[in-house]
Each structure stands twice: as C-alpha cells, then as structure tokens.
Ligand binder design. Structure first.
Ligand code: SAM
Length: 186
C-alpha cells in the first residue's frame, strides 16, 4: 500500500473505476490521473481530461504515449467549468480534481474558488449513482487558504441524503499537507 497522498487518492480511485467506465480528469496537469483513469477504464472505457494550459495537454499527451496508454482518452484545452458540454448527466463513474497549480508551470494559472465550485456543481450532475468525486485540495504556500476554505464550506452543505463526503487529513504532517476528499453520489 502506498500511503503518499497521491497514492491514497489513487487507491480510492482504483476501488471504484471499472473497465468500460466513463471518467473525467478535471485538472489534467502532467497527466498522472489521466493515465491512471485510462488504465482502469480500459479499451472499452473513456477518459475526458481538461486543462486551461497548452503545456498541460502537451505533458499529458507525452506521458500517455510513453506509457502506451490505450487510445481511450480525449484531452481538451478548456476549463472544467464547461465539462457539462462533453458528457451526459448521470453518465460518469469518477471525476478527479487536483486543485492548485501545474508543478513546474505558471503558479498564477491555478484553480480558483468560484470556477472550482461551479465545476464541482456540474460534476455532481454528471455522476451516475455510486459515482465518485476524488478531490485533492491544496492550501498554504502560493495558493493560501481561500480555495480550501471555500471548497470545504461548499462540501459541508451537500445534502447528506444524496452525497457522502469523506474528508481525510494527514493529521500529524506539517506544512498544510494536501487534503484528499471523497464524495460518493448515493
Ligand atoms: N493531476 C495533475 C497531474 O497529475 O499532474 C496535477 C494538476 S495541477 C495540481 C492543477 C491543474 O489545474 C493545472 O495544470 C492548472 O492549469 C489546471 N487548472 C487551473 N484552472 C483550471 C480550470 N478552470 N479548468 C481546468 N484546469 C484548470
């Protein structure tokens, strides 16, 4: 078992995604989650991946090709706010958000609270029953706490009859470690 934060998120994603599933990577970045989702959903599934930076698309394409990923993905240079234009309601098994900025890229092009919450609201409508959102929320450093606090406030208000929200903390780790949050559509 890999107890790194990304490893923990990947572990939860693996429990849920099956061959043939439709999945979304809402923050493509360097393509780590796109690759994982591509491997899990297989030849009969599909991954839609979004980012607002050309560099993210280039890095992800290179990563997927290097790993000989199945041709089961589409990479979009578009904001995750628009993901509802690319998938039907109640059709998606897993949507991954890794908030913050592209490692090695422009820190100013980080996710923002208002657009992140809009995209999360759309995500909920795209998820099928038992589908999940896997969120990794960053705070401190460049990004401050504004986005984390806005996201946690929004998550707290989700109807508990419709959604299960499990927030994980790396409790004794210093320097505001990223916070994995799992949302299950009941
Ligand atoms: N999961 C990625 C990986 O495996 O490398 C890391 C993602 S990185 C922490 C966050 C990414 O979100 C950046 O590449 C950034 O460009 C992207 N981003 C910021 N705002 C966005 C938006 N509105 N829509 C889609 N992507 C966005």
């Amino acid at each position: 078992m890999n107890y790194q934060i990304t490893g923990w998120c990947a572990h939860l994603i693996r429990q849920h995604v099956k061959k043939g599933d439709l999945c979304i990577d809402a923050t493509m970045g360097n393509g780590n989650d796109t690759l994982l989702l591509s491997q899990l959903c297989g030849d009969t599934g599909c991954v839609l991946a979004f980012d607002i930076q050309e560099m993210a698309l280039a890095n992800t394409k290179e990563r997927l090709e290097k790993e000989h990923a199945a041709h089961n993905y589409e990479l979009f240079l578009d904001s995750h706010v628009n993901m509802g234009n690319y998938a039907e309601p109640m059709s998606v098994s897993c949507i991954v958000f890794n908030f913050g900025y592209l490692p090695g890229g422009n820190h100013k092009l980080a996710t923002r609270p208002e657009s992140s919450i809009l995209a999360l609201s759309t995500s909920l409508s795209l998820l099928k029953k038992d589908g999940i959102l896997m969120l990794c929320i960053y705070s401190g450093g460049d990004s401050g706490f504004q986005e984390r606090d806005a996201l946690l406030g929004w998550l707290k208000e989700l109807d508990s009859k419709k959604y299960l929200v499990i927030k994980t903390e790396y409790y004794n780790r210093p320097n505001n470690p990223p916070m994995p949050v799992l949302v299950v559509k009941l």
